[in-house]
Structures are given as C-alpha cells and as structure tokens.
Design a protein around this ligand. Structure first.
Ligand SMILES: Nc1nc2c(ncn2[C@@H]2O[C@H](COP(=O)(O)OP(=O)(O)OP(=O)(O)O)[C@@H](O)[C@H]2O)c(=O)[nH]1
Ligand SMILES: [Mg+2]
Length: 321
C-alpha cells in the first residue's frame, strides 16, 4: 500500500477530534477527459497512469487525500465507452460497479466541450445512477478568459495544475461526505499492491513509446517482487498479442524495452522511495484481450464474481531482451 514518502503534507495533519468526514468519490466520464490526471493532482502523487491516447486506465485506481478532519477516498475509473471486445466489457463493468458503491460520483467532462451530455448517455445506462453525481468540467486552462468566466458562473471548472480550482472542488466534495471515522492512516495515499503499480507504469511507458495501436495489445505481469532487497528486485513479463509485435517492444538492440523499463523504474522509485531493479521480458499471448481466462488472470474479473484475480504461473519465458 503506497504511503507518502516525504514529510511534506498536503495540509495540516490534525487528527480529528469530532465528526470526521470520510467518503468514497469516483472520477467518472468518457475516456481521455482527464480523470487520472485529476486523481494525481488531488493526491499529490503520480499514482494513476496518464496518456494523451484514450483508454489508458483499465482498472480503477484508488487515491487517498487526508486533510484536517476529512478523508477523501478517490477512485479513478476506466473511461466509459461502448465495449467492442471482452476487455472493454470488463473495464466498463468494473467502472459501473465501483460507481454504484460511492458516496459521490464526479462526472468529468472537458470544459471545451460544455455542456456535458447526461452521464447516462455517456455511460449508456438505461436508468440514472442511484448515487449523487456532480458534473465537473476539466482542462479549464484550454478555455479563453471569457469562456471560462461564462462556464464558471454555472458549474465547477478545474485544471489539474490550478490549485485554487482543486480547493474549490474539494470544498464541494466535502459537503457530500458522510460523518464517519477515517478508514485509512492519514499518510496513506493508495490501497493497491506495489505489483499493481509496476504493471501500470509499464503500461504507461507502452502508451508513451509504442505508437498508436500497440499499447492496446500490451499488458504486463509481475513474476517476482523481492521487496526486502536493495535495490528492490522486480521481474516482469511484458505481453503482446502477436509474435510479430515482440520485436517492436524489444526495439533495435533492445533500446525500446530498456526505455520502457527505465520509465517504469523511475516512477516506482518515486512511489517507493527506494532504488528498484526492473528486469523485463517479452512474450506473446495471442488475443489475450478477448480471452476470459487471460483477463481474469490479469486482474479483470468477470462481473458476476468478486473473486480476486488468479495468478496462474507459467513454466517458461519467451525470448527476453
Ligand atoms: N491542458 C490540460 N490537459 C489535461 C488536463 N488534465 C488532463 N489533461 C491531458 O488530457 C489527456 C488525458 O488525460 P488522462 O488523465 O489520462 O485522462 P483519463 O480521463 O484518465 O483517460 P482514460 O484513462 O483513457 O479514460 C492527457 O494528455 C493529459 O495530459 C488539464 O487540466 N489541462
Ligand atoms: Mg485514466
């Protein structure tokens, strides 16, 4: 579980004396609207991967912000879309299941495309969500001053690096949170295992380094994680869908796979506050995005089960780099 590495705080850490507020808040919306960027800005750490390409987030990412007497537990969701294959179906199911369990859903929409259509339309829901929903316009920095003033008169508008807009958002969000004791320690910033972030940061590197289509065929799995060692030792397999894609991931003389590993390693070192040695291998797993067993193994359970992802082991690696 990631914790804040430095002693810099986002605000004074006063332990609650009475009536603390704690609640779960989803960041929902179409792909690429800035959900993950906003989560990272609210938590003060690059937890969720970000890409200029849509559908970077495949699994909800939890980020915690504790400030004074309030604990905000944010959940960055996969972008809502019309699924074209099984991975997208499971992403959507997970997003909607998570949204249904929240105290508040923030419906994010780019400010330049205001007004936002109803969330039910974006999410193709037959009935409205039974959870309170607040529309938040993102990427406010891309508006002209006049456009911004007009939109701000009617709605919440944020930009990830405008601190005052985040403070305004937090104040609104706080009013929806129930009076409840904190669930996590004030220094906790995430809940997911470090292996999860290793996979995410490898995928972020793939989005940045592997062209337009290949990142969608790409995933990773951590085979070994020796956290007690220094550097921390991590061995990961990078999966693509076809043998012909392996060479692209490896790159000339191994340059691309080294760059993917370097990106993920830097992010992990920042999160863990310790040196990391990341050993990456590449393997083809044909059509894993459409394969139910492969998806369950990679952490995308079928909607009807709440069982944790299987981690079936394999006997050998494909060609490494
Ligand atoms: N100018 C500007 N760009 C932003 C802002 N927030 C996000 N972006 C950019 O928008 C793109 C998408 O951001 P993400 O945070 O990955 O969007 P997302 O909604 O999580 O996308 P998916 O995970 O694919 O659904 C990236 O290129 C971000 O840098 C913002 O406040 N201002
Ligand atoms: Mg995202």
């Amino acid at each position: 579980m990631p914790r804040r590495q430095t002693h810099q705080s986002l605000g004074p850490k006063i332990l609650p004396t009475m009536s603390p507020r704690t609640g779960h808040v989803a960041l929902a919306g179409a792909p690429n609207v800035g959900k993950s960027t906003l989560l990272n800005a609210l938590v003060g750490q690059h937890l969720a991967i970000v890409s200029a390409k849509p559908q970077a987030t495949r699994l909800p990412v939890t980020g915690i912000r504790t400030e004074d007497d309030t604990q905000y537990i944010f959940h960055d969701l996969p972008g809502l879309l019309d699924p074209a294959y099984l991975l997208q179906e499971r992403m959507r199911d997970l997003a909607l299941e998570t949204a249904g369990n929240m105290d508040l859903v923030l419906y994010l929409h780019p400010a330049s495309e205001a007004p936002a259509p109803p969330l039910e339309q974006i999410a193709r829901l037959t009935a409205p969500l039974s959870v309170p929903t607040l529309t938040v316009y993102t990427k406010g920095d891309l508006l002209t001053h006049e456009q911004l003033a007009a939109l701000e008169a009617q709605a919440l508008v944020v930009a990830a690096d405008w601190q005052p807009s985040l403070e305004r958002l937090l104040a609104r969000v706080r009013s929806y949170l129930p009076e409840r004791e904190f669930v996590y320690e004030p220094d906790d910033i995430g809940t997911q295992p470090l292996r999860f972030f290793a996979v995410e940061y490898l995928r972020e590197a793939a989005f940045g380094l592997l062209g337009d289509e290949l990142p969608y065929s790409f995933t990773a799995e951590v085979e070994e994680f020796r956290e007690a060692e220094r550097p921390i030792y991590i061995r990961a397999t990078l999966f693509v869908e076809r043998e012909s894609q392996k060479g692209i991931v490896i790159g000339r003389g191994g340059a691309t796979i080294r760059a993917i590993g370097a990106h993920a390693r830097a992010r992990l070192e920042d999160l863990l506050g310790a040196p990391v040695y990341l050993d990456c291998w590449v393997k083809a797993l044909p059509n894993w995005r459409k394969n139910a067993a492969a998806l369950t193994r990679f952490g995308f359970p079928a909607a009807s089960t709440s069982a944790p992802a299987g981690t079936s082991s394999r006997s050998s690696h494909g060609s490494g780099a």
